[in-house]
Write a protein that binds this ligand. Structure first.
Ligand code: 9PG
Length: 700
């Protein structure tokens, strides 16, 4: 890719790198972005604005911009040029700065906004609209587009929407942040990042924030007038006269290959945020989805014995005790009487059998019934003075959000986690419901954003646990990058397909509730995060054939999605009651392959039906029927003669080419291993174990 050049155009500076051009219109106060190869403008009439808490937004559009020159860029993305533009301020207006960078080897632009308080009094900054209503052009009308809507936290639905319809409003449990643009017809809101694609023209745009440590961010598309807005929330931070404040950094990439561009966005976010990289994929057993709140020492021990006995079939590393061990939500140092020997003793038992020990906590919640709340009622975030913010109603009580801007709360958190790790000897913590640290409310220190408060809390936990594994759950996604090792990417799985009591009609509005389908949807759609931001946790496998409403086909679909996601593999069945057949299903997913399969038809359908994993010597295809009726699926195959083997039914489908049609059961899947005739890998045909197919290194 040629180097970055800066030239003087008719209306202002023009920055280019051979794949992208940014042209500024100084008089109008706008800029446009085009893909150089096609020469087509993808964004036009783009402006930047800053909005002040008490009132208006100050946009560059109409006000004009001046060019303040350029500077060499040299950072995690390599070398490039950064252009600086300025909108003048005044006695009641902030000065607005916009920085646009292009790099030598990168097909994206990186933008951020800054404000300088040139007024004589303090200013409270509400938000930066890094893109303020930029016109988006994909070569077809917006009603033909499809939009990737990314959710706020682990449980928030993440899916592709049809832009001819309407946005899917957020529903309980808390899955959206406190800041929302006004809802209106044809407005689609996505958290942190988004992708818009025209299936008609094959053109698309990926846009997302690549720094996420200080401010929450949102992007929204307005079908009419075809505009994209990208906002970074400063939460009313006040800036002194002559002081300045920056937005987060936004990446924009026009694309004809949206899956690759989303993966590249994930790489950029990883680089800019310094994501943690734990090579060994976590495997384990979790108590939640079989023992729920009633988990006991006895139940954990019985499963520990079973895991030990079945070691060769079920090679897992962790035994994780979930919710139910603690006396109360908040009283983490007091253990329930169902654990008569205490947790140190139980962790020792787990270690003695050669496993690592994991523990669940909801560290940013404080239950109304807890001793902690009786002792420290002043530790809560308030939504109005003296009104505690209820972050969750669960466990038969209101649960309040802890104020993580208080130094005494931070010290208390460190004490709790030091006790869990250093005294009790746990190797792994699942920190759950931690969005509670980031709710919009009144905190002790008003000069910290929601994200900054949240990160102080997670940083304190990181400091206390050292290099032990942290799994985030119910966590806001962006602000967790760089702090957690694993992140839940889905709502809870459940031993039933659709949310309890829902019908196929009501299910769309209940996409964040526990259900196997809901867990599957997000786990597929957030594939690009895995191995970049952290290890994805798709939630547990439930393989059992008793105490479940899941059919054999549904279990296979769940196991396939978990295995092909490449992320963490945790089972949550009572292993002492599992049939040989169903134990074999778990066994097939171990060891994990580590690599995330791509949802090839992400932008083509409601829910992807085709996952592809390239295993070097062969390819693995997961084919799904999410419908309630049997169906036929047509699967694309290489043009040359190809061996096809169906893994679940151990069926050799012979030599095929181009495509083949399969009969699919409702909620079912077919798992195909595909290898061109004549390629290597000739050791006696296919090995049935999924892990060996997914992970060739495990073949010998
Ligand atoms: C333990 C569970 C498991 C599970 C977590 C989390 O009431 N609610 O809205 C609600 C949402 C999520 C939830 C429980 C309740 O599940 O995801 O894996 O650890 O907590 O309570």
């Amino acid at each position: 890719m040629p180097e970055v050049t800066l030239a003087e155009g008719e209306s202002g500076p023009v920055l280019s790198n051979g794949s992208l051009t940014v042209a500024v219109h100084l008089n109008k106060g706008t800029f446009s972005l085009s893909a150089e190869r096609s020469g087509r403008a993808v964004l036009t009439d783009a402006a930047t604005a800053v909005s002040i808490a008490s009132g208006p937004a100050f946009s560059s559009r109409g006000a004009g911009l001046t060019s303040e020159g350029s500077a060499p860029a040299d950072d995690v993305f390599g070398r490039g040029i950064s252009l600086l533009l300025r909108r003048e301020g005044g006695d009641h207006e902030p000065e607005v700065l916009l920085k646009v960078a292009l790099y030598e080897e990168r097909p994206f632009a990186v933008l951020h906004a800054e404000m300088v308080n040139v007024a004589p009094a303090r200013m409270q900054v509400a938000a930066f609209h890094v893109l303020d209503g930029a016109k988006l052009h994909l070569g077809s009308p917006p009603s033909s587009w499809r939009l990737y809507k990314h959710g706020w936290q682990s449980w928030s639905p993440t899916l592709v929407l049809d832009c001819a319809g309407e946005d899917e409003p957020a529903a309980a449990p808390v899955i959206a942040p406190g800041t929302q643009p006004q809802a209106r017809d044809g407005r689609f809101v996505s958290e942190m990042m988004t992708a818009a694609v025209s299936p008609q023209t094959g053109r698309g745009l990926v846009a997302g924030f690549i720094t996420t440590a200080d401010q929450f961010s949102q992007l929204w598309l307005d079908r009419e007038p075809k505009t994209l807005t990208a906002t970074s929330y400063a939460d009313g931070i006040s800036v002194a006269p002559r002081g300045r404040l920056s937005s987060e950094r936004l990446l924009i990439e026009p694309t004809s290959a949206p899956l690759e561009s989303m993966e590249r966005y994930g790489d950029a976010l990883r680089l800019a945020m310094g994501a943690r990289q734990v090579e060994d994929i976590v495997t384990g057993w979790c108590s939640w989805y079989c023992f729920w709140q009633g988990v006991s020492e006895k139940a954990v021990l019985a499963n520990l014995v079973e895991l030990d006995r079945r070691r060769s079939e079920l090679p897992v590393e962790y035994v994780q005790i979930d919710d139910g061990w603690q006396a109360e939500i908040g009283d983490w140092l007091t253990v329930s009487e169902r654990f008569p020997h205490g947790l140190k003793w139980l962790a020792d038992q787990i270690h003695a059998r050669g496993f690592k020990a994991g523990l669940w906590l909801a560290p940013f919640l404080m239950g109304a019934k807890s001793q902690l709340y009786r002792d420290r009622p002043d530790w809560v975030v308030e939504y109005r003075p003296r009104r505690p913010f209820v972050a969750m109603r669960n466990w038969g009580q209101d649960c309040y959000a802890l104020d993580l801007t208080r130094p005494d709360v931070i010290e208390w958190l460190k004490t709790v986690f030091r006790t869990v790790c250093d005294e009790w000897d746990f190797d792994y913590v699942k920190i759950d419901f931690i969005y509670a640290g980031a709710v919009a409310g009144i905190r002790h220190d008003p000069e910290l954003t929601r994200v900054q408060a949240y990160r102080r809390g997670v940083e304190a936990i990181r400091e206390a646990v050292g290099e032990r594994f942290i799994l985030g759950c119910g966590n806001p996604m962006g602000p967790s990058v760089g702090l957690v090792d694993g992140s839940r990417v889905s709502p809870d799985v459940a031993p039933y397909w659709l949310p309890a009591g829902s019908s196929p009609d009501s299910a769309p509005s209940r996409m964040s509730e526990p259900s196997a389908l809901n867990a599957i949807r997000n786990s597929i759609n957030r594939w690009w995060m895995h191995g970049r931001l952290w290890q994805n946790d798709p939630d547990c496998l439930l393989a059992r054939d008793s105490e479940t409403a899941l059919t054999r086909d549904e279990v296979r679909a769940l196991a396939t999605v978990i295995a092909m996601g490449g992320g963490m593999v945790l089972d949550s069945d009572d292993l002492t009651r599992l049939s040989d057949d169903r134990r074999e299903v778990i066994s097939m997913t171990l060891p994990p392959c580590g690599k995330a399969a791509r949802p090839l038809d992400l932008f083509g359908t409601d829910m992807p039906r085709l996952l592809e994993l390239d295993c070097g010597t062969h390819q693995v295809l997961g084919v799904f029927n999410w419908g309630n009726e049997p169906a036929k699926a047509t699967v694309p195959l290489p043009g040359e003669p190809t061996h096809v083997f169906e893994v679940w039914d151990e069926e050799d489908l012979g030599v095929r080419r181009d495509e083949m049609t399969l009969d699919m059961p409702p909620h079912g899947c077919r798992l195909l291993a595909v290898r061109p005739v004549g390629d290597r890998l000739q050791h006696g045909g296919w090995d049935r174990r999924l892990s060996r197919l997914l992970f060739p290194r495990a073949t010998d």
